[in-house]
Ligand binder design. Structure first.
Ligand SMILES: *[C@@H]1O[C@H](CO)[C@@H](O)[C@H](O)[C@H]1NC(C)=O
Ligand SMILES: *[C@@H]1O[C@H](CO)[C@@H](O)[C@H](O)[C@H]1NC(C)=O
Ligand SMILES: *[C@@H]1O[C@H](CO)[C@@H](O)[C@H](O)[C@H]1NC(C)=O
Ligand SMILES: *[C@@H]1O[C@H](CO)[C@@H](O)[C@H](O)[C@H]1NC(C)=O
Ligand SMILES: *[C@@H]1O[C@H](CO)[C@@H](O)[C@H](O)[C@H]1NC(C)=O
Ligand SMILES: *[C@@H]1O[C@H](CO)[C@@H](O)[C@H](O)[C@H]1NC(C)=O
Length: 428
């Protein structure tokens, strides 16, 4: 299991006591143990003649964790801590063996030996070993597969060019410490992967593409590869043949597709811009029309004044009138009727006198036939009387207002009867 088994005696100058038998790859590098195998630490020693072991303690400091005690040796008895019992055994002298190692058990293992001599003098000795538990890489189907991806990819991080790309995988676990696949080009160059994504190592081929066999493999010297069983197919190289003409063609194709996509995007952007512009134009037109209406409303003039053309007797609509003012042309003298040109608030007033003995003025101001104001007067002998009606009315466009005589024994004298109205304000 230990590839570089170096055994030597450590002889400290001027020291005649405990002597260690060291067995490490070297004194600084870690000892690698494949996961599932046993960590064996041979800490043999020889004692001076008058020395014997009083007690021993084994500890481990896992990576990034606090030191924990593994076992102790007191009164000639080896006692592993309960969480290691059954897995931890005592070898010769200070040596121990931990079976079925996991990667969480990487760390620095130590033994501390306390000896006592015939004079009762005690001495502490300590030895440490750095252990790394290595886990093998795994793929989804137990093999490594390499292939040329159908479509070229653009490398936006560096040269912004299109590249043929190869992938090698599919890894479910890169092992511990993680492996990195390496590539061999037809020229015999060794390259590392361009990137790793979703279980695959990818290599972007540099342009112009060189055709030939490209090989993907796990570096045979990496610890995780060394832990693979001897016949494992993950140790094999896998090769893909890249056809130079087809590869260059796929790059051209990718260029073309990208250009078309860009053109489409630009067309779409232009269409949005165009639509926006026409939208803005129609919004503007709408706003202008609105403004025009408001202006029309603000400057709209409606007013009239009319006098009866000849005296009117009897019942019905007072008519005809001689029109004196008719701004907006809303009043008809012939029918005696005002027709509202727009929704709005209007004011009307009319006054009438009979100038005939024993005749009435019984006049209603009517809005579409509904009376809103009434004047009633009767003339006795030579006493002249008059009446008037008035109203402020909200009218919608097309509603009509007129004067209505309510009885037959009436007389509306032409020179005493007039009708006036005007728009106060129109709705927006
Ligand atoms: C340590 O002891 C074991 C068990 O006796 C033996 O197999 C091994 O060779 C010894 N190692 C050294 C360096 O003496
Ligand atoms: C173990 O010891 C080595 C060498 O002394 C050191 O580089 C490493 O950081 C130590 N590891 C831990 C987990 O303490
Ligand atoms: C540290 O120890 C705790 C408790 O034993 C364990 O849950 C954790 O995984 C350890 N961390 C490392 C990095 O080994
Ligand atoms: C590529 O590899 C295949 C088999 O792996 C071999 O038959 C072929 O000759 C190789 N081609 C070149 C150009 O090396
Ligand atoms: C189109 O109009 C929307 C909303 O007015 C705006 O958010 C967008 O940026 C415009 N797009 C273009 C291309 O002008
Ligand atoms: C006038 O008023 C009527 C009734 O409230 C309403 O239906 C109509 O839309 C209004 N017309 C205008 C031009 O505002």
């Amino acid at each position: 299991m230990f590839r570089f088994l170096v055994i030597f005696w450590l002889q400290l100058a001027g020291y005649s006591g405990l002597q260690w038998a060291e067995r490490f790859q070297d004194n600084s590098g870690p000892m690698e143990v494949c996961s599932g195998q046993n960590i064996r630490l041979f800490w043999n020693f020889t004692l001076a003649q008058d020395e014997h072991v009083k007690d021993m303690v084994w500890t481990c400091q896992p990576e990034g964790n606090a030191t924990e005690m593994l076992a102790s040796y007191v009164d000639d008895t080896f006692m592993p801590m309960s969480e290691f019992s059954g897995r931890l055994s005592h070898l010769q002298d200070g040596g121990i063996e931990l079976s079925c190692a996991t990667i969480l058990e990487s760390g620095n293992y130590s033994v501390t030996v306390n000896t006592v001599d015939n004079n009762g003098d005690e001495t502490l000795y300590r030895q440490t070993a750095w252990v790394k538990v290595v886990d093998t890489p795994k793929t989804q189907n137990g093999r490594i597969e390499v292939r040329q991806e159908r479509e070229a990819v653009r490398d936006d991080t560096s040269d912004r060019q299109w590249h043929v790309h190869l992938s090698c995988g599919h890894f479910s676990d890169l092992g511990h410490p993680p492996v990195e696949a390496e590539w061999k080009t037809p020229n015999g160059e060794t390259l590392s992967s361009s990137y790793f994504h979703k279980g695959n190592f990818h290599l972007l081929l540099s342009n112009p593409v060189k055709g030939g066999n490209y090989t993907c493999s796990l570096p045979s010297l990496s610890p995780a590869t060394r832990c693979l069983p001897p016949g494992s197919v993950l140790r094999d190289d896998v090769t893909v043949y890249v056809d130079e003409v087809a590869a260059r063609f796929s790059i051209m194709e990718a260029h073309q597709v990208a250009m078309e996509t860009r053109l489409d995007e630009e067309r779409a952007a232009f269409a949005v811009f165009r639509d926006n512009t026409s939208l803005e134009k129609s919004q503007m037109q709408g706003e202008m029309e609105d403004l025009k209406i408001r202006l029309d409303t603000a400057t709209l003039r409606v007013s009239f004044h009319a006098r009866l053309t000849s005296s009117f007797t009897g019942s019905g609509t007072l008519t005809p009138f001689t029109v004196i003012t008719n701004e907006g042309d809303a009043f008809s003298g012939t029918t005696g009727t005002f027709t509202a040109p727009r929704n709005g608030t209007y004011f009307f007033v009319a006054s009438a006198g009979t100038a005939s003995s024993d005749k009435y003025v019984d006049m209603y101001l009517q809005k579409d036939g509904v009376s809103v104001s009434r004047a009633l007067a009767r003339q006795y002998s030579g006493y002249y009387t008059m009446g008037s009606v008035q109203a402020t009315l909200y009218l919608t466009a097309g509603q009509r207002v007129w004067l209505h005589s309510a009885r037959s024994n009436t007389h509306y004298h032409a020179s005493f009867t007039s009708f006036t109205g005007f728009l106060i304000h129109a709705d927006d």
